[in-house]
Ligand binder design. Sequence first.
Ligand code: ASP
Length: 344
Amino acid sequence: MKHAILTALLLATLGACATSPRKEASMRRFGIVIHGGAGTILRSEMTAELESDYRRALGEARDAGYAVLQRGGGAVDAVVAAVKVMEDSPLFNAGKGAVLNAAGDCEMDASIMDGRTRAGGGVAIVRRIKNPIDAARLVMDKTSHVLLAGTAADDLARSHGLAIVDPDYFKTERRLQQWRKARELEQRKQSTRGLHERVSDLAGDPELRVGTVGAVALDQAGNLAAATSTGGRTHKAVGRVGDSPILGAGTWADNRFCAVSGTGHGEMFIRTTAARDVAAHVEFQGMDLDQATRAVIKNIESVGGDGGLIAIDRHGNIAMNFDTPGMYRAFRLSDGTTSIAIFD
Ligand code: ASP
């Protein structure tokens, strides 16, 4: 049973268009929106302590990104700053606290996109880079490629001096418990179904993929950026790559339209080119971000997926839509509006 799509939309206008260019620049709206994953986040399973930990971590991540924007920094720097806070927190399924694959290892994916140029970078199946989002940025800034996978990506990060850690650094007791639960679930499903159904069914289970992180930002110069980082889903096949490192699926940014980061059933986000489709709805159908993100989530549902999308446009309009019971999310805009939320 699908839950109704929930909306947190904040509309705003620049209101500074008639002023001189210098004045306009100084009055330009800016802000950041983040997510910490969407999935089966049940109030009944959330203790007051855990909820306050999540809220604190979301606030820290959001404010780290916002601080970059406030001092005049770029949107790319802001989304990296926000995502790194969540990668460093064991609460989220990215960096430390990433979920474990079928072999009990962490294989992480991340990507970033710069709306000024539509330059982008991603890494997939990385196992040793402390902050995969830094490696995605490295691919964008220092290579002529868009996506690097496996040990080559780990090696690139090492050769550029990024922090490299032992693979055990990422593993937490909580993820180990989820992994055991997923293994039991898979064993039960294996006894009743064919191989194809087993794999695809488990990939979609919302309980097994909570916590991917992402950020979208608009800076004072009017530039947009998006970043996404994840451990994927619990007990995924070794070598499985989701939507998060793929531009157009989990991440998209184009100054002309919007910046988008997604979380959810990765295979379906890839099949529906989810993040790019949000921008396409804005570009070709003139939709606002609320309409565009809702339409894309409906399309994801039509192929059997679910999840959430955050977006921001060059005017500072934002959307945070999802069709799961909850999505960890927060935003802060330069007009003072701010929020942290988990459930609908
Ligand atoms: N989209 C991620 C993936 O499929 C998982 C998630 O966002 O929960 O890898």
